[in-house]
Design a protein. Sequence first.
Length: 202
Amino acid sequence: MAQPMELVPQPLYGGAIEIMLPKGYLDVSQLREIPDNQEVFVNNNDMEGGNKNGMDTGKNGGNESIIVELMERVDVKDGESAIKEHCKEIVEINYSNKQLSGSFDNSFEVIDVQVVASNRLICKVKQKNVGKWENDKEQVQELDLYIGLIRLVEYDADALITLNVPISALSKDVEETNSSKYTNLVKKMVLSFDLKDTHLFG
């Protein structure tokens, strides 16, 4: 049985923002260059298929990633429209992602948009594809994205938190079990989002 997930404070953008992240996620900027508007972390707990971070991730361990990014605010009527617009942009980026090989279907489904606080929303996106992650021998049938949106209206910006979960045929049953846990994780990260230095926006 998986143990409860431990969350730890994680400063972002030089300490201007802080959120709670699962313990054991590795800062990708230590390995390669990341765009200035992004902070990227990968699951370093489950490279051998363990469950140290509270998820029964099976063979997906190590492929999970969390991306925090600051985006220009989309000008739409409400938060639900905003998160759907950002979902569309994320899927289009994944469609052109060089990490995916083979044929790729950029169709997607937005599931269960929830307002968790004022100007803070979460949702799940199921993105279908037929391909595989680079250096991964196992076919990836779907990419599940758990997305959080923080609308920073006064700074004309949107902050996105995206948890990427590749789903293979052999791990699909595990994913169904963990879906609510992933949703709760993104909800906790969204609610913990704390803008500490407004000079980040000039």
